[in-house]
Design a protein. Sequence first.
Length: 242
Amino acid sequence: MARKTRKRRSRKSSSGLRTRLQQIVRWTRRGLLGLAALMVVWIAAYAVLPVPVTPYMIGERLRLGTPLDRDWVPIEAMSPDLLRSAVAAEDANFCLHWGFDMSAIRDAIADGARRGGSTISQQTVKNAFLWQGRSWFRKALEAAITPVVELVWSKRRVLEVYLNIAEFDEGVFGAEAASLHYFGVSASDLTATQAARLAAVLPDPQGRSASNPSQSVAARASDIAEGAATIRADGRDDCFAN
């Protein structure tokens, strides 16, 4: 009789455990679906609204202890030379891919990961929604979010957001603030040379200067200016040009 009682208790315990596990799985699934829905809403909102702040900006604000220098402007208020220079510097095939430049990724792998393979779309996702760093988890989130952004936003919007939240100097974010900071002019009034120099500092904004460029930065800016002219000539600016 005691053995039968123990068996019934064991079956009840096992059944209760399965029920709890099923509940955990069910609520986990619901939680993940809820987070995915919130992310889609977030992405959709940024398709039309200025990005108020990014995780990296918050970190820099706390680190520096002073207000950041930034001023959101529409893409129409940016020099076309700056748009082409940024694309030439960071993602020459920007208009040709769907968020991932597979040829650039293959080149990066072949080069032993000494060069970046991230597109402007990927960088925008990282800057707007995620955090800095090289963890596989962040890269996985970036890879999941980038196609959604490409689906919801236009290429022109991606570039607009990118140039408004990119860091150009310590505590200086966005093309307008950077143009005033380095050259004392609005982003709409940048010359081709100034635009190329701004694009040249993007990989290392806290270690490079656009107004007082080193020899290597000046040489890089010259290459970018040539690349921008090439992009204009062969039509690879069609997705964002006025």
